[in-house]
Design a protein around this ligand. Structure first.
Ligand SMILES: [Zn+2]
Length: 198
């Protein structure tokens, strides 16, 4: 995301200043106080279980053969569980019967945080205009992509004792499990998360 150049509150030009451990774009005009913290935005993702299979969908904007989870942004004044149920309804017409948390995953490339649920669903599938295609995959036949939402699928399958098979979306080849344990030592965390002061 391009940084803000002007203050969305008062219109003054923002300055790049050190604040709370990082450089931030902040407004220095008297009495304004706006700071663009640039914190990650939460995104809801659903591992949808429907008639014993897992539902993957393809967004109209994605390349052919690229399928992933149903995702969407949370709205103000909704719980994540109701948010994921709402997204599922809007995008597939399915009704959520239950939603249980799988985990929370990074999606640093887009400065988002993925909150992934296992959603049991029923009803008739009718895709929204946002989605062009879906497929239902038997859980033991699932192949997983290397990204935050894929890690949610991996955790979901692993906890059920099902095979966890990752593949490379570019080549279609199987790859080794790309998930890594988190290293909390400061030096590795800086490298891992690309923290810098500029
Ligand atoms: Zn301002």
């Amino acid at each position: 995301m391009q940084p803000y150049r002007f203050c969305p509150r008062c219109g003054a030009e923002l300055e790049h200043l050190p604040m709370s451990g990082r450089f931030r774009h902040a407004c220095v005009r008297d009495g304004c106080g706006f700071v663009h913290w640039d914190n990650p935005l939460p995104v809801l993702a659903a591992v949808v279980e429907y008639e014993g299979k897992l539902l993957l969908a393809r967004n109209a904007a994605w390349p052919e053969k690229m399928f992933a989870l149903v995702t969407g942004f949370m709205e103000r004044d909704e719980t994540p569980e109701l948010g994921v149920a709402r997204e599922l309804k809007e995008e597939t017409n399915l009704d959520a019967v239950s939603a249980s948390l799988i985990g929370v995953y990074e999606f640093m490339r887009k400065n988002e945080l993925i909150i992934a649920y296992h959603v049991r669903a029923e009803g008739d599938i009718r895709l929204s205009e946002e989605l062009v295609e879906y497929k239902l995959v038997a859980p033991d036949k699932m192949r997983i992509w290397n990204a935050g939402t894929g890690f949610a699928v991996a955790d979901f399958l692993e906890r059920r004792g099902l095979p966890v098979r990752f593949f490379d979306r570019a080549t279609g080849e199987d790859i080794a499990d790309p998930r890594r344990p988190t290293d909390f030592s400061l030096a590795s965390a800086s490298l891992q998360y690309g923290i810098n002061q500029n």
